[in-house]
Design a protein around this ligand. Structure first.
Ligand code: GDP
Ligand code: IMO
Ligand code: MG
Length: 410
């Protein structure tokens, strides 16, 4: 671990390399102990990051999973859209678990507030799309970013102001466009509750705030949300989310200069999943896919929806490695493949658009909880080395279970 940490350097981003839910939360939690500041940059409560510490499960939607480490500043970036009741609930749940956050939570004043009506608009827009629905998490993400891009959003820095007038105007537009009645009083009441708890956490200029840490040689760990193939610009549009999910997007979301990033860990499952609609070339709708879903517990942590399952597609990982400049890969959930006889891996696409698979030998023995690469069965080692060679990026972390300690560091 020491060598690995030294290689990471002072600013590391953890980025999803597939369609999300790769296990970003787990690795941020593990590495968080060794960093000074833990940050989330973009997205909202569409994220669901589950970690298991000492047998206890924690699920995060807005807070970075790395926030469990007492005493470390936790930052919510300018690129985020924040549903305040969800944030308060997460803070409260942590408090009940004995983790105190309020005196070390810092929220960018430029982050946008996501209202109840954004969620309702999300649902109406999905309904209107009919069969072409994106399969959003219905957390209001698209509509909140629509307001941001239209420059009519409401930001965290406005939380302490009187927002009745601006919400009344907004409500008129929402009624005309979507036929939705905005409950202005309820929205205002939620803002008041949040203001009371969070007003001291709001930072007026996040880049200046972070610069001070950097000048004091403090290290920063950025927990990405969503993943490369869900990126608004570079993902499988329109079946994407509405934010930038890449390393560059994370830096933008925090107001950090690109040159500061010393390393970027791409997180990829040892197979592949997707929630929501859109192309999934290596999807397996048969028995093997069902096995992956059951063994991997592939049900969304945000919506509970069954995740679509399938195999790795190496061109996607190569694509993500380029866009983000992955310096290392964290291959997660290797243990889920333990019962497979043969593991197909997508290595390319033929002229008819069909995936070309290479079939690798399975190991059919448990890798659960193994923490040394040399102790993995030979076929599992070969599987990892095959992927590493094809992507051209070292696989330095390998997940062998949900628990914080179930990981191999190379
Ligand atoms: P995230 O959104 O990228 O943080 O990932 P999620 O938390 O949505 O989904 C990953 C799921 O896989 C969580 O339930 C994790 O506890 C679990 N997980 C992470 N790493 C491993 C691993 O190596 N093995 C197994 N079996 N489960 C893992
Ligand atoms: P984490 O951080 C998996 C998917 C949704 C849908 C599309 C658009 O846990 O990896 P949205 O609600 O963002 O407008 O939905 O993006 N999606 C995710 N899938 N993991 C996530 O986050 C996701 N966040 C959004 O399922 O297909
Ligand atoms: Mg998730």
């Amino acid at each position: 671990m020491k060598k690995f940490l030294a290689d990471l350097g002072p600013c590391t981003a953890i980025i999803g390399a597939q369609w999300g839910d790769e296990g970003k939360g787990k690795v941020t939690d593990i590495l968080g102990e060794h960093f000074d500041v833990i940050a989330r940059a973009c997205g909202g409560a569409n994220a669901g990051h589950t970690i298991v510490v000492g047998g206890k499960k924690h699920v995060f939607h807005l807070l970075p999973a790395g926030c469990l480490h007492e005493g470390k500043p936790v930052v919510l970036g300018s690129g985020m859209v924040i549903h305040l009741p969800t944030l308060l609930e997460e803070i409260e749940t942590l408090k009940k678990a004995g983790v105190h956050l309020l005196d070390r939570l810092f929220i960018s004043g430029s982050a946008h507030i996501l209202f109840e009506f954004h969620k309702k608009i999300d649902a109406v827009m999905e309904e209107r799309r009919g069969a072409e629905g994106i399969g959003t998490t219905k957390r209001g993400i698209g509509p909140a970013y629509m307001d941001k891009a239209a420059r009519s959003g409401i930001r965290m820095e406005q939380l302490t102001g009187d927002l009745r007038k601006v919400l009344t105007e907004k409500a008129k537009d929402v009624k005309i466009m979507y036929g939705i009645d905005v409950d202005i009083d309820a929205e205002l009441a939620a803002l008041k509750t949040a203001e009371h708890v969070l007003k001291h956490a709001i930072i007026s200029l996040l880049p200046d705030f972070l610069r001070e840490f950097i000048e004091k040689k403090k290290t920063i760990l950025i927990e990405g949300a969503q993943a490369v193939l869900l990126d608004l610009d570079h993902g499988s549009y329109p079946y994407v989310t509405s934010s930038q999910t890449t390393a560059a997007g994370a830096l933008q979301g925090l107001g950090l200069p690109p040159k500061i990033l010393s390393s970027c860990i791409g997180v990829a499952k040892a197979y592949c999943t997707r929630v929501g609609s859109g192309n999934f070339l290596t999807e397996d709708t048969g028995e093997a896919g069902e096995r992956l879903r059951e063994r991997g517990g592939e049900y969304g942590s945000t919506t509970g929806r069954p995740r679509r399952t399938g195999w790795l597609h190496l061109p996607h990982l190569q694509y993500g490695a380029f866009i983000n400049g992955f310096s290392a890969i964290n291959l997660t959930k290797l243990d889920v493949l333990d019962t497979e006889k043969e593991i197909p891996v997508g290595v390319g696409v033929d002229t008819n658009g069909k995936v070309i698979y290479e079939k690798l030998a399975g190991w059919q023995t448990s890798t659960r909880s193994i923490t040394e690469f040399g102790k993995l069965p030979k076929a599992a080692q070969d599987y990892v080395l095959f992927i590493e060679k094809k992507i051209g990026v070292p696989v330095r972390l390998i997940g062998t279970g949900q628990g914080r300690e179930e990981i191999i560091v190379r």
